[in-house]
Design a binder for this molecule. Structure first.
Ligand code: F6P
Length: 561
């Protein structure tokens, strides 16, 4: 049986792309003056304008037909019904249940998950509220006021990004640090800035086996014990967020101090669960609930709106069009909002860990190109770095520009300038600048003809580079929740169309396994040079031996070639 790329819907889209080969997005605007409105949609407080992408009305209809062919509507139903759509891990995918305020019941293996979700959130809220009221006391009797979230991947990127984004909602006097890297300097930098007597360590790990997190957690506990805390104080200063009670217990955290979630919450979709504890601690439980409610509003839209009027579906289809029919291999996330500085990193995991796959659900090679490379930086910083390539590089990248119309911290005309750049960059990418125009401008500036001839080609912008605008009125917790949910659903829809499992991540395993084998081969610093390693390929052996030679060298000796 053929895959999605063998369907007549796919072939029709290839035809639509061919028909557009000599047209630009600007031409499409000339053909359809109402295009800006027609290619825009709003839902749950999020406005999406995808009109600057080179998609014709026919192509959009073809994409919706493709989504129908892939049974996106059925896939949405199966997901929210708790079917084990994560087939390679035999798990349901129910992050929507974590933020369902419509009183739906989610049953899994006879257990009512809605009750379990409510109960665990209740414990989390109680704990966060006690922290906010200075009722959590440390070993000296002083109230705790600092959180160190120790986690990595989904147990770090989500809460970190949201905490940063919701800075205006922070509880006064509270501080939150996020430690993820196994590089000891990450934890070391945080420990340098905190008081053990006032610090709560939040050990966030779905599996509670992740090397980086377990290493950081053990070092944090050792530091705590060496700096005034005793074994019996650990209970006041360490909590665990996990699905693995046995491992939490083995680590030495009392299950009383554990907040639970479930295997049907994927790591990169987990900030809505107790993994969001650091958000509730830093910004308050009411803010956390507002975030959840924003996501819920987007969920309601996603599960009820027809495909053609469904914002996350349309965003996904624009991505499919750019990736599969225009052949674009990279997609930029460009938040014009400093508070969303970590959104690109968050979406890198969300999109690339979910859809960076080359095998279909049935084990056959994927039928078509899957996730593009995701990268990004906040605007306007990126403009002074990699936008050169966006505007004039040989590879065309698609981009999402994200902004809030109003700022929580007005300062002079900063926000007007930010928004002007947000708009102008998208305009420049689409409209470009033709040779004649460059020529005329240089003439106006009195450049001699030979100089104009020499310089003009360098100043041409081909334009027709696709971008979408994602706009909210203000970056409230609700708006942020809706934006994140929008991206989660976009990723899911794309995975359905590509026929892949967006919810496993086998591609991260091999490196982890090999690192375990290499670890005992790394020499201790300043120790005796170990015997040469020859158990790997020649390059790997050479690298380990070079590292070991450097680590064994007496201090001060320069070992670089
Ligand atoms: O290595 C990838 C990964 O499994 C991610 O999917 C996950 O978010 C991260 O590691 C952290 O996992 P855990 O929460 O189990 O420590």
């Amino acid at each position: 049986m053929g895959g999605i790329a063998d369907t007549e819907e796919w072939k029709a889209l290839e035809g639509a792309a061919y028909d557009l080969r000599s047209k630009s997005a600007i031409d499409l605007f000339k053909d359809d003056p109402g295009r800006a409105q027609d290619f825009s949609i709003g839902a749950a407080g999020v406005f999406l304008d995808y009109s600057k992408n080179k998609i014709s009305t026919e192509a959009r209809a073809g994409l919706i037909a493709l989504a129908e062919r892939a049974d996106v509507a059925g896939a949405i139903r199966r997901m929210v019904a708790g079917e084990r759509i994560n087939a390679t891990e035999n798990r349901a995918v129910l992050h929507v249940a974590l933020r369902d305020f419509a009183n739906r019941s989610y049953e899994l293996d006879g257990e009512n998950m809605s009750q379990a979700v409510k109960a665990e959130r209740g414990r989390m809220v109680k704990f966060a509220d006690a922290y906010a009221r200075d009722e959590l006391l440390g070993f000296t009797g002083e109230p705790l006021d600092t959180v160190v979230n120790i986690g990595i991947g989904g147990s770090d990127l989500g809460p970190r990004m949201v905490v940063e984004a919701l800075k205006p909602y922070w509880i006064e006097g509270r501080r939150a640090f996020f430690v993820s890297n196994v590089d000891g300097r990450d934890l070391g930098d945080a420990l340098d800035r905190i008081d053990p007597a006032r610090t709560l360590f939040v050990i966030a790990s779905k599996t509670f086996t992740t090397q980086e997190t377990m290493t950081n957690a053990a070092s944090a506990r050792a530091w705590f014990l060496a700096n005034g805390g005793t074994e019996k104080d650990v209970a006041k200063h360490f909590v665990a967020l996990s699905t693995n009670e046995m491992a939490v217990r083995e680590f030495g955290i009392d299950p009383e101090n554990m907040f639970r979630f479930w295997d049907w919450v994927g790591g990169r979709f987990s900030l809505w669960s107790v993994i969001g504890l650091s958000i509730a601690l830093q910004a308050g439980s009411a803010t956390f609930e507002r975030l959840l409610r924003g996501a819920h509003a987007m969920d309601e839209h996603f599960r009820t709106a027809p495909l053609a009027e469904n914002l996350p579906v349309l965003l996904a289809l624009v991505g499919v069009w750019n990736r599969n029919f225009l052949g674009l291999g990279a997609h930029a996330i460009l938040p014009y909002d400093q508070r969303l500085a970590s959104l690109p990193a968050y979406l890198q995991q969300a999109e690339m860990e979910s859809n960076g796959k080359s095998v279909s659900m049935d084990g056959a090679p994927a039928d078509a190109a899957t996730a593009p490379v995701i990268f990004g930086e906040p605007g306007t910083n990126g403009q002074h770095a990699f936008y050169q390539l966006l505007h004039q590089g040989t590879d065309v990248c698609s981009a999402d520009f994200i902004a809030a119309a109003k700022t929580d911290g007005p300062l002079g005309d900063h926000h007007e300038k930010l928004l002007a750049n947000f708009v102008a960059q998208q305009e420049a990418l689409m409209v470009g600048r033709e040779f004649q125009e460059v020529w005329r401008e240089l003439e106006r500036l009195d450049y001699p003809a030979n100089e104009i001839k020499r310089l003009a080609p360098h100043k041409v912008f081909k334009g027709d580079r696709p971008s979408s605008a994602i706009l909210v009125e203000r970056l409230t917790p609700e708006a942020l929740g809706a934006i994140i949910a929008m991206y989660e659903h976009k990723i899911f829809v794309q995975g359905v169309i590509w026929g892949i499992n967006s919810f496993d991540q086998w591609g991260v395993e091999l490196g982890k396994t090999l690192a375990k084998a290499v670890l005992p081969e790394i020499a201790s610093e300043g120790g005796e040079p170990p015997a040469a390693v020859d158990t790997h390929d020649p390059s790997t052996n050479g690298l380990i031996n070079r590292i070991n030679a450097m680590r064994s060298a007496p201090q001060g000796k320069d070992e670089t070639p």
